[in-house]
Design a protein around this ligand. Sequence first.
Ligand SMILES: *Cc1c(COP(=O)(O)O)cnc(C)c1O
Length: 384
Amino acid sequence: MIPYGRQDITQADIDSVVEVLKSDFITQGPAVTRFEQAIADYCSVNYGVAVNSATSALHIACLALGLGTGDWLWTSPNTFVASANCGLYCGAQVDFVDIDPQTYNMSVDHLRDKLETAELEGRLPKIVVPVHFAGQSCDMKSIRALADRYGFKIIEDASHAIGGRYLDKAIGGCHYSDITVFSFHPVKIITTAEGGLAVTNDELLAKTMQYFRSHGITRDAEFMESASDGSWYYQQIELGFNYRITDIQAALGYSQLQRLDSYIEQRHQIRLRYDQLLSDLSLVLPWQYPDSYSALHLYPIQIKPEAKINRKQAFESLREKGVGVNVHYIPVHTQPYYQRFGFKPEDFPNALEYYQRTISLPMFSALKEDEQSVVVKSLREILL
Ligand SMILES: *Cc1c(COP(=O)(O)O)cnc(C)c1O
């Protein structure tokens, strides 16, 4: 089966990991700091805080921004559940903003309308989490303007988007947001097996995320509530977690980062080939926003209503032919857990309609040309 996504591990990656295993520190040593600094440099941002997953990064990002009971967090329904769950972890309530049918990202028009209503009803969100779906940036300039007007904070969920660019700047520079979060799960652009990282330009947010990552404990005198007893001393000032990443993982991430730009170029070559070879079929191919250079985590197609088979039939046929397609995403508000909050599937019709037609084709930097040809041939056979 050709998977929809897969990691690429080289001998250099293996050597970096082995080096850490033979060193003094396998966790909380120098490799984590080196990785954080390298990602921050790549994104031209001041601070990086590495953790054991993007889910953890989203959680401590929300905590650092003060999200709590009585607050609202809004995100896109077309995302992985983690983008919404982080709000619930903090005791806040979660709501969604429907997607734009062309980019599949959070629609700025829907966001604007919903903010107008929420202001009248006195339930404006404290945090909005735009998700850069498939690696393509949201319209961050417009979302920033709305944040300035309505006073909410922005966490970019860039789990799909490391290596991508928006208005000629690396995603993760936090030019339009408070915090940006990356995922290093093996299906994502670069991997640490499990891992995530939050970047920010704000020193206080970075330090706050650092203590939430490690039990709410600080060794920094400026955060202590009384004088230090001595150089061994620490204080727990908040209820934090153990969300630390290991040096073994950070060394893998650092080694992978050296190939990030070539990975993105390879993904674009694969995209161009799909664009050409599938253009005559009854498919909607992923549209590329001119302001954005996508990291191309995914290549989501839609089966058009007039196609001779529907999405489910196409999905099953592709799997039978050894093409490991997937679906991104089942809208979060349709999950049984979210239905308990009273959401109805048709509350966000664009996300629902997109979900009913979409299939993610294999897309990863190590996808070989002959494997891609099998994907194309299989699709042509079932659609023509
Ligand atoms: C993968 C993903 C996450 C969660 O990442 P983990 O590192 O697995 O916790 C969050 N949001 C989006 C959009 C994702 O794709």
